[in-house]
Design a binder for this molecule. Sequence first.
Ligand SMILES: [Zn+2]
Ligand SMILES: [Zn+2]
Length: 310
Amino acid sequence: MKTLRLHGPGDLRLHEEPVPVPGAGESMLRVTAVGICGSDLHWFNEAGIGDAHLEKPLVLGHEFTALTEDGVRVAVDPSIPCGECEFCLEGNPNFCAKLIFAGHGEQDGALRERIAWPKRCLFPLSDAISDPAGVMLEPLGIAIHAVDLAHLRVGMSVGVFGCGPIGLLILQLVQLAGANKVFATDILPHRVEAARALGADVASLVGDGLGVRELAISDGRGLDVVFEAAGENNAVEMAVAAARPGGKVILVGIPSDDRTSFTASIARRKGLTFKLVRRMKLTYPRAIRLVESGFAVAARREGLKVIIAP
Ligand SMILES: [Zn+2]
Ligand SMILES: [Zn+2]
């Protein structure tokens, strides 16, 4: 079968490899669609992400749909938690000490024709969810988890700084959750356009004359919650500046240089709460229900998400 492996920064090679053999409790899958995530781009560009580095040639890809041997279309949860450690047992499998994740570290991901994966991590898809939409379930799960962490209340004002695929999903979810005003930013005009089309009250290009920060604090109050989904310290700094005293900043983005910084005095005087998003916890079933009920995932928008059909 054809397998795409990352050998070093920018060095992807197509190999012919034997088909994997499913272990106990695993299903043999034919991969039908794989989404390319910002974290895959970190691996591709830097041969690592944060403090994880490429140890051996790795197959990337963790957002994917597949077909089982019985012909069932499934979305695949890329996380395999152990289910037994303290963190799994307390309901936080995203903190599992022995977590295995597709396309990360030792575990090959989905950019290949076949993959063996635990049956407990497979979610059958109804016809209401296409393969490209199915690929968006993982990023949608992350976005749901991020919004969960914010404990949004109806009528709150919200910022979404960074409108890539995850930011745009968060933008839609906070409106569902009852946000009053939503302020969105990005450095790319087509993403700002997408944010506006998806209902942001204010969508501005970072660097525009009137920034979101000025708008958000124009009433002297600031935003209740700001999601930083750019992975850039500029966006973190802007989130700190735009949050209201006592507000929350949810850090979703992954910085390239593995450092997050902001002006301490501003954050301290406001007594801000920071939360960091670690993958997606148990959100897959909710993500599936949402998409089945007509929630629009942004997959079909050109230039926002790359999807590969192996
Ligand atoms: Zn991802
Ligand atoms: Zn565990």
